[in-house]
Design a protein around this ligand. Sequence first.
Ligand code: PLP
Length: 443
Amino acid sequence: MCALPSPEQTNPRNFIVPSQPPEDNVFYPYFESKISLRSSNSSLNRGEIMPGDTSWMKNRYDDLVNQGLDWQLKTLESANAPRCEVNGVKQIMLCANNYLNLTTHPRVINAMIEATMELGAGSGSVRAIAGNMKLHEDAERKVAEFKGVEASLIYSAGYTANVGLIPTLVEKEDVIISDELNHGSIIDGVRLTKASRAVYPHNDMNGLEKVLKEYNGTRRKLIITDGVFSMDGDIAPLDEITKLAEEYDAMVYVDDCHGEGVLGEGGRGIVDHFKLQGKVDFEVGSFSKALGVQGGILAGSDSTRTHALNHSRSWLLSGSQPPGVAAAQKAAIEVLIDEPEHHANLWENTKKFRNELNSLGFDTGVSETPIIPVMCGESHIAKSLSKELANRGVMALPIVFPMVARDKARIRCMISAGLTKDDLDEVILAFADSGRSLGLIKG
Ligand SMILES: Cc1ncc(COP(=O)(O)O)c(C=O)c1O
């Protein structure tokens, strides 16, 4: 577990703040940028760098490669769909966020095409000046209606929602209290504030209460948590968090990017899942995962929307989304309302897949959602399993240190409603054969 840094220990330039690089087995998921900066320092001797000399970039990249931390991009040559083509090879997609398979839904695609034909490719401005189209507002009203809230505001992405909204909510007199496994976009949002920061151990309510007590006299307290944690697929205990927030007079902010379209009745999200309507101050989501499009969602009260659109720099200072995107966003929500079968299929597939993996003897950790990790232990095992699966036509990528602890490497599977029974059977067979050949499971 991470120790909770006191405000004095908190380095304003980093959020989760040990002054040393992580030790073996310290679960420290968002450290990689720091590792790469550190390791590149040797080549960054400012006095010696000539203007225009970019060799430092190559040195820094070489450091990444040596640590096995560089990104090797895979290229999709088809739509992102359950059956797709990657680097020229046909694969079953098991690592996309396309939970409801709406990326290729005809209604969503047609809405995008029609709006583009009628209203053009771009919006021509930021929303605050000349780029606020009726379509943007229609999409926001549809989100609010679906989620049963007064209002919503759509950002260009979930990332920009977190980075733009969090800094509007606290000032230096205040404190942000954050789960240690929160997503990097939350961490980046927190970095833009002058508030004190405290981190509580993952989903540990005693740890959260301890921090709330410690900061009891502080002016504003903002608790921030992911709704669904993207590495393990577990769910934040939002019911307990809101109780503690009431007791200690704190605000609650949930990033439900992986719960939007997944949790709650018909995919209404984590607040609906726990029936906490009216008890969560800020609910953030994404259109780029289950909803199959792109964009960030803030759902809440009218006054929250007014506040956010007047103060969020990522919203005010960036061009609004093309009409086609706004129309597709609205259509995706309409599909969720009119076609509940996608949500039902997602959960049916999720249960089948997890049960069958478990029956084979695979460890799926603490997953409660369509994010299902297959725990492998050491990084090299996860990498080998991923290769074996690819050879059998399944795209499922390894998640290794420093994204997760050294001994918690895994294959992170993400289930889609669009996977047929045959697809799932093929994937299970691939796991069984690969797992046996690597000695991960018996039989
Ligand atoms: C928990 C969480 N929050 C925010 C984001 C960013 O969402 P978007 O892709 O819409 O920018 C992600 C994306 O991976 C995420 O997993």
